[in-house]
Structure formats: C-alpha cells, structure tokens
Design a protein. Sequence first.
Lengths: 109, 405
Amino acid sequence: MEIKKFLLILTTSLIFNIQISLADDAKMIKGLEIFNETAACAACHILKAAGSEGNIGPNLDTVEGLNYDSVMDIVTHGLGVMPAFGEDEILSKDEIDIVSFYVANSVGK
Amino acid sequence: MNKNKTKLNLNRRNFLTGTATLAGIAATASVVPITIANANHSEGKKGLPDFISWKDRDALIVHSDKGIETHRSAIGESLVTPNRNIYIRNNMPTMTDAQIGDRKKWKVSIEGVKNPQTFTLAQLQKLGHETMATILQCSGNGRGFFEHKPRGSQWKTGAAACVLWTGVPMKTVVDACGGISGGAVYMTSEGVDHVPTGLDPKKAMIARSVPKKVFKDAMLAWEMNGVPLPNAHGGPLRMVTPGYFGINNVKHLGKVAFTVEQSSVKYMKKSYRISPIGKKGSQYPSCWEMPVKSWITRPTDETGTVKAGKVQIVGVAMGGTKKVRSVKVSVDGGSSWKKAKFIGPNLGKFAWRQFVLETTLSAGSYNIASLASNGADKQPELRMENRRGYAHNGWKDHSVNITVV
C-alpha cells in the first residue's frame, strides 16, 4: 500500500514537473515572439539570446540585477523614451508576464 | 526550443512599424539601421562598451552599458574628475564620428533672440572663449539609497563629477544675436542625438527648458578637462547649465531657444519630475537646481580597512547654485560634528570644494558622515522621498562605515 502510494506521488510529481517545464518552454517561445515581434523590444535593446541588436535602450545582457520583477515593473510603467507597455495598454498583463519571464530567463545566455 | 523560428529577421527592419500596438513607441517610419545600431554596442575588451572603451574600467561601476558610475573613491582627489573616471548616463545612443561629421561644421541655431542665427562650431570659437568649472550630476545620483527601489540606475555617489569646461559664454552668444526677445521665460536647449534613431522627436528628443536667468551663467562647451568634448559626453558641443542637474546640460546641442513655454517633449513634460511616491505629472517640480550636498571619498569600505592612529577623512562638498560655506564631519553617525577644512583651489561656486578632517581613530567601527551648508541651506539628515529617487542630499544615507584595526 505504501509502495503504491509512493508510486502515485512519484508519478504525480513527475507529471506536474513536466507540465511546469512544458509551460516554461511555451512561455519562452511566446516571450521571444513578443520580444522580437509583438512589442518590438528588439528594436531598442540588445539581447543576445533573442538575436536582437537595437541600440536605443541599454543592452539587456549588461543590466545589473535584472530579474522578473524589475523587467515587469519597467515594461509596465516605462522609463524615459521607453513606452509604458502596461499603463498605456500596449501589451496585455499576460503578455507582460510572458515577456518579463522570457527576458529574465534569457539575459546573459 | 527552436529559437530560430521566432528569431528576428534583421533584414525586415519593420519592427517599429506595421504593428498597431506600437503606435506609442515611435511613429517614425524607419528602424535604426543595423550598422548604426551596432556601432557603439559590442562589449569592449575591458568590459566597457566600445564607445567608452577609453575609460578606466577600474574606476567605474557598470550598471548597464548606458549607466556607468564612478567609484566613490575615484572621483578625483585633485578636485577635477579625470575624463576616464567620469560617469556615463545617456538617454539616447552616443552619436558616432560618422554621424557627427566635421566637428568644426557642427551647427547650433539660436532662436528667441532679436536676430536668430545659426552658428558653426568654428564661428562660435571666434565669438568668445572662456573656461569654468561646474559639477555634472545626474538627477538620480543617490537613487540606490532609496528603499522603494525606484526604476533607473541604482547610483550611490558616483553619478557626479567636477569638470573644467571650455567654450563660449551663452551671454556672449545672446549679445551677438542682439539680445533675448521680449516675453521669454525659459532657455530651452535641444539635442539632436535622437535624429539617427529615427524615433519620434516628441518622445525621444532631449529638450530641456530652464529658467531664462540661467543663460547668464551658461556656456556652450566644446572642451572638457582640456580635450575636445568626447562624443560620449555630448561632443562636439554641449550646453552647460551651472548648478543645474545633468539632464539640463544637453548633449549634442543643436538648438538653443528663448521660449515663453517649456518644451513639450516627454523629457521635459513628463520625465525628471520630482513627485511623491505613487504620483506623477508635469505639475511637479522639474529636476533643475541641485541642492547642497557632500560625501566622504576616503576612507570608505572601498579603500580597505584603516589602521589605527592619525586618519585623513577626505570628501567633496557642493553648494548647488550657491557657494558652499562649510562642511562638518562626524565619526559617530551624527552624534557629534567637527568642522572640516577646505583644501585646494576654489574654482568658483559651481565647482565642488575638497575638504579634509584630520583626526585620530582607535580600533573599532565607525560611521563617518559629512554635512555641508551653503549658508542658506544645509543637508538634511534624511532623503526627500520621491517617486523616481531624484535629488538625494540626505547626509545619513551618504555616510560610510569603516573598520579601524
């Protein structure tokens, strides 16, 4: 009984992990699309992982302490010439979540 | 994951156009040519971007390739900050030699005067010649001390420098144009560094209006600390507005106009406004006059532990738009203060003064602070909380903790 229970937990957790992993991969693919196409972050920023070479804002691979929260904050509210993609409803909340996840997991790669 | 499927097709050059959602970015037609986009951007061999590969990497803290700070101990102990140590904060990409062309033929137009004119740099250099010292300081210098973590580079003390500028006084230029037209309230300086980007000038142009009176102190500068103004610092010609925050010292200067209204571009109307946390808008004060400020440059946690005995506590103090009158130093976190001595030459009220306090410290931990006064104002203990983390001159955050052994 204990073994069955163990196996059930093991199977469940494996499936769960795979789902998470698939979800993350999907987010990365979608995030790249938003970065390069939908939001055109690529027009203004270098991000090696995305193959982008824009030179208006900072090179994202060089930004100190960049993480999901800081990307989401700046994408939402903008800064200087960078549009407020959230406040001005250029991107949806889901899109901001996805592109922030993508950038945070792509810098320096 | 196959990145190539969605990797950018650089030849399409359409990512700023053709997408309805991008109307807000820049309603301009063309995208930055890739040759220009790459010009400044590959990492230099010393970890600095190419456009400032001539700087001293060891003197600098790299927040990003466009936000580079001077170490607290590297702002120059001989009053003037060496160019290779000076911070970088550029809202637009630095213009390249190719974009600038023949420096002597660089043009600046003067408007809002009785006889509007356009001068080349060569003509300005015949018009007048002067040298002055001012402090260049980013509005957000000290942002890194704010607890609410405002967006932007997390500067501590090093987005500041004391610089010798050579150029022509703005007053000389105004006189050559027959004086200022009636009704003008502001002096508005416009850069042209947004032009190569193709972005919408309303959103990307660096235009800054300051009170008209500033023209009496201002300079159109072509030289910085004895060398032609580097492109990274706004060459070949830059507005210098003594006592005013860095953003008003417009780089790559293309126009100066005496105007009735403030410029309507984003960088004037919306950005650089000192508003309460959670609020924003053009009704709040612009980043104009710098407040009185000082900080310790040695010893610091960067300069290593200090040996017990006689210690020279060194720093810089500025009065903002007024002459700095005095500096006091505390080694016990502000419980008691001693007057420090100004040293070195006095380069005028817009430069900073070096100060030193010689004292004797025994083994232990110390919090060292400095407190400057310009007669009318003195540094507050605490920062003035504001949304974007501007204009920080509180002495407590700027203090240093050292260990004496």
